[in-house]
Design a binder for this molecule. Structure first.
Ligand code: NA7
Length: 536
């Protein structure tokens, strides 16, 4: 069995940043990664049109000023291939590859209470480590719908989140896309250019915001790089980690014309930041309605056929309660003669057939079906392997009513196990890259504190965990977020506990909580001494 100080699961941004940080502190770190390459979700989520919906300069690592200055992003929103090139560059620049074990899947990990070590089993041998860090991502286990008749289909079925590495030629093909979340809305305009005919099967319409993507000019690049530290600080102090300042006004306080003017301005510039046009959009239903109405009116403007426009208009849940896609020409694509929309609420899908998809309105013949059906979000990758803590309790058992963490970092009964950007932290509600870096640095401080105490075991207390879970729920309940069947709520997978998973308190508010815990000597964590372990 190979002995290291820390095993990190996942070689995406979180795993690589963890490796770099703890190796610099003198720890012997091994990263295990099930995929054949680095990058986590960016390695597999490579469908045509895939790009980040956070601006490139913000969706990048901040720990090294030289790295920030060297890398040149080409577009406001980077494409998947460009992000993957960046990941590879980071790995080479910081010599990370030598500690990454690719094609290796963790199957089970068990905590040894006597030795205070994790026994990590993989499909390529075992490891023993003091610390186990789950850097497995929030969106990494794809959700594969099991539709009736799927095995009968004679054409090809693809999933956006597990896209083939070789080029998929869609020229002359009749393609059907199921799913209209961020992946579907990015994919549809690009596929429409290639396929001979495209049919989009929509279950829930989405409030998609235009990306207003554009190439980055040399002047813009120089401007950002001259003030990069200020930009990063602005992001850290903002609610979503994207640098947008929330408007202090209520959407209901302002005159209708002023509100429309502000929405127009945000619509053409803000992307995801549109959600912060007024501070109460996610707090007050009537405030939210003003934004939802505006977006529906925009859809009506963009889509020529009024019936199609009506079908594309989201209703019945608040804008923002499902993560809004940030698109490039999604709605306009439905003006093409070779693109159809099937509303599965009006004409439900009955089954997949040999030749396509049959709904209650009839059969649509297809050569290729694309599932853009998303992921088992936030907990999928944490619960896929078996993780066994104290007294033989598994993480799956501990989380049977929904995920329970202290601060999104630690889990009671699972000492020396840390989660990066997990449930109970801002995670998917934030710029995840910023949240990853904040967690890695914070855990580094926590382990320094443990070392100062002479402790080799760090564990969240049951009480601290229970209080934090209650706080996370209470904060979510005070917003409109729980009012949609979203993946934030666990609604994306049938049978998954319906619990709001990310922390809605914002990046800035969450940071204050973490600072307070540090100031109180890491209140809520128990530190156990090495001597006790040796004696036992
Ligand atoms: P999402 O946002 O979870 O979207 C999945 C889409 O697939 C959504 O429209 C779902 O409809 C639809 N879906 C899921 N299962 C089915 C079945 N069984 N039948 C029909 N339609 C279905 O995943 P994405 O990959 O688009 O985006 C993930 C994140 O990546 C995104 O938020 C960004 O952070 C980047 P529903 O809304 O559930 O009715």
């Amino acid at each position: 069995m190979r002995q290291v100080d820390m095993v990190v699961v996942g070689a995406g941004f979180a795993g690589l940043r963890t490796l770099h940080t703890f190796r610099e502190r003198g720890l012997d770190v091994a990263v295990i990664e099930a995929n054949a390459g680095l990058g986590g979700v960016w390695y597999v989520n490579r469908y045509p049109g895939a790009r980040c919906d956070v601006e490139s300069y913000d969706y990048s690592l901040s720990f090294d000023p030289d790295l920030e200055q060297e890398w040149r992003w080409s577009e406001r929103y980077a494409t998947q291939p460009e992000i993957l090139r960046y990941v590879e560059h980071v790995a080479d620049r910081f010599d990370l590859r030598r500690d990454v074990h690719l094609d290796t899947r963790m199957t089970r990990s068990t905590y040894d209470e006597q030795a205070h070590r994790w026994h990590v089993e993989t499909d390529d041998g075992d490891w023993s480590a003091r610390y186990l860090v789950m850097a497995t991502g929030q969106l990494s286990v794809t959700k594969q719908p099991q539709l009736q008749g799927q095995e009968d289909f004679r054409g090809r079925i693809l999933h956006t989140g597990a896209w083939p590495h070789e080029h998929v030629d869609m020229t002359g093909r009749r393609v059907g896309v199921i799913g209209t979340g961020s992946s579907g809305t990015q994919l549809v305009p690009v596929l429409a250019e290639q396929a001979s005919h495209l049919t989009v099967f929509q279950r829930t319409p989405n409030y998609s915001i235009p990306a207003n993507n554009a190439p980055i000019t040399d002047e813009q690049d120089a401007e950002v790089k001259a003030t990069y530290p200020e930009r990063r600080e602005r992001a850290r102090r903002s609610p979503s980690g994207l640098g947008f300042k929330p408007n202090k006004q209520s959407a209901r306080e302002v005159a209708e014309d002023d509100r429309r003017a502000l929405y127009e301005q945000q619509w053409t510039t803000a992307g995801f930041g549109f959600l912060l046009a007024y501070y109460d959009l996610m707090l007050d239903e009537r405030a939210n309605d003003t934004a939802a109405d505006f977006i529906r009116a925009k859809i009506a403007e963009k889509v020529d056929d009024p019936t199609t426009a009506e079908r594309l208009m989201p209703r019945g849940y608040p804008f923002g309660a499902k993560r809004p896609p940030v698109d490039s020409g999604y709605f306009e694509t439905f003006n093409r003669d070779d693109v159809d929309l099937v509303d599965m609420r009006e004409t439900p899908l009955e089954r997949i057939t040999e030749h396509g998809i049959r709904t209650t309105a009839g059969e649509v013949e297809l050569d290729t079906i694309v599932f853009a059906t998303g992921f088992d979000a936030m907990t999928g990758a944490l619960l896929k392997p078996e993780i066994v803590g104290r007294d033989g309790l598994t993480l799956r058992e501990h989380w049977n009513a929904g995920p329970r963490t202290y601060l999104g970092v630690g889990v009671a009964g699972f000492p020396n196990l840390f989660v990066i950007a997990g449930p109970g932290s801002p995670s998917l509600l934030s710029n995840v890259l910023l949240s990853i870096e904040a967690h890695v640095d914070w855990i580094a401080g926590l382990l320094d504190h443990a070392a100062e105490q002479g402790a080799d075991e760090v564990e969240a207390s049951g009480q601290a965990e229970a209080d934090w879970v209650a706080h996370v729920n209470e904060r979510a309940e005070a917003t409109l977020y729980p009012r949609a069947a979203s993946y934030y709520m666990g609604a994306e997978v049938p049978g998954k506990p319906q619990v709001f998973m990310p922390y809605v308190g914002g990046v800035r508010g969450y940071r204050r909580v973490l600072e307070k815990v540090v100031a109180d000597d890491y209140d809520g964590f128990r530190f156990t001494g090495a001597r006790e372990a040796v004696a036992s």
